[in-house]
Design a protein around this ligand. Structure first.
Ligand code: NAP
Length: 315
């Protein structure tokens, strides 16, 4: 099959090449991938992967072979999927990590959702009910931030979106942000404490967000997009009274039900996929550059034209 394979000799680290067809295990479905998305974390890890490795985790396509153990969707079902090896014509993925895509939702948009959507869904759940609570989303202009603020607003939160560039304010307000705070200095000046933080920037944003936590509030540490170290002033992690907490996120097991929830929200129009770049996987170099240089507002989605190379007849 054709696939985006790791090529350490190229600055972008990926090229459109060939890889062995995946052999699904008994609990795996085989998906013909039509669209996949690129996440900055995946691109950051390319240098640690061997030449020829097929990367990627987010895919949407059509099941061409159901799981041998009878679990999961039938052949012909349009699905979104989360599993290693998504940047390829074929993906063998656990039936616990796929969900059927309702009619009316576009596969290309569904491909944007799995990793970023599942991340914010699970971190919001971990934070408890946000109904009527103040939720701060840092890096709100990014892919995770855009999903986070939409889901938090939908769950009844008062959403404070933190960005470094005010150019994003109108779009984020349209997505559900109640306040947009521009820049680090303004974040430090936010007067009212927050109950939950979805934190994606790290460094000084993490420190500023921590200082805003109300008693009992939680900061969900999702990412470190800014790449700077976090320096906490002495004493800033000690508070008398009810504890504030910082939680890490990494629970990406059995995401099928959550993908189904996200797919339903997408299909009903309650969640916007925020695809900011879309193009053929032959333009992978351009796509990778756009993501790395922060030129994509939202998600980057690659189109994978069905090839003759798979030898599969589509249902
Ligand atoms: N995508 C996923 O599925 C996923 C899942 C788990 C964890 N993560 C992690 O979460 C983080 C965000 O991911 P993402 O997909 O949302 O990335 P993204 O789309 O590239 O967004 C990055 C966000 O961080 C902001 N940012 C970057 N550098 C900054 C700096 N120096 N100061 C202030 N703001 C800065 C960006 O602001 P501008 O818009 O102004 O550039 C943008 O809002 C990453 O660390 C990623 O590894 C991502």
């Amino acid at each position: 099959m054709r696939a985006l394979v790791v090529d350490p000799s190229l600055p972008c680290g990926l090229r459109l090449g060939e890889a062995a067809d995946p052999e699904p295990g008994p609990g795996q479905v085989l998906v013909q991938v039509r669209h996949a998305s690129l996440n900055p974390g995946e691109l950051g890890m390319l240098a640690q992967l061997p030449a020829g490795h097929v990367g990627g985790y987010d895919a949407a396509g059509v099941v061409v072979r159901p799981a041998a153990d009878g679990t999961g969707p039938a052949a012909g079902t349009r699905v979104l999927a989360f599993g290693p090896g998504a940047w390829a014509e074929l993906l063998a993925v656990s039936s616990a990590d796929v969900a059927a895509l309702p009619r009316g939702a576009a596969l290309a948009e569904a491909a944007a959702l799995p990793m970023a959507g599942m991340t914010v869904l699970r971190t919001l759940r971990a934070a408890g009910s946000v109904l009527g609570r103040r939720v701060l989303v840092t890096g709100a202009s990014g892919a995770v931030g855009r999903y986070g603020l939409q889901l938090a607003a939908r769950a009844g939160a008062h959403v404070v979106a933190s960005v470094r560039d005010g150019v994003h304010a109108p779009a984020l307000t349209a997505l559900g942000a109640h306040e947009v705070v521009v820049g680090l200095a303004a974040l430090r000046q936010v007067g009212e404490p927050v109950d939950v933080v979805l934190e994606t920037v790290g460094g000084p944003y993490l420190v500023a967000a921590w200082a805003l936590l109300a008693p009992g509030a939680t900061l969900q540490s999702i990412g470190w997009a800014g790449g700077e170290p976090a320096v906490f002033p002495p004493g800033s992690t000690f508070f008398p009274g009810v504890a504030r907490t910082l939680s890490s996120f990494g629970d990406a097991a059995a995401v099928g039900a959550d993908l189904g929830l996200l797919a339903g929200l997408l299909a009903s129009g309650a969640l916007s996929a925020q695809v900011g770049w879309r193009g053929s996987w032959e333009r992978v170099e351009e796509a990778v550059g756009m993501v790395r240089e922060r030129k994509v507002t939202g998600k980057a989605v690659i189109d994978i034209a069905p090839g003759a190379g798979t030898g599969l007849t589509l249902p």
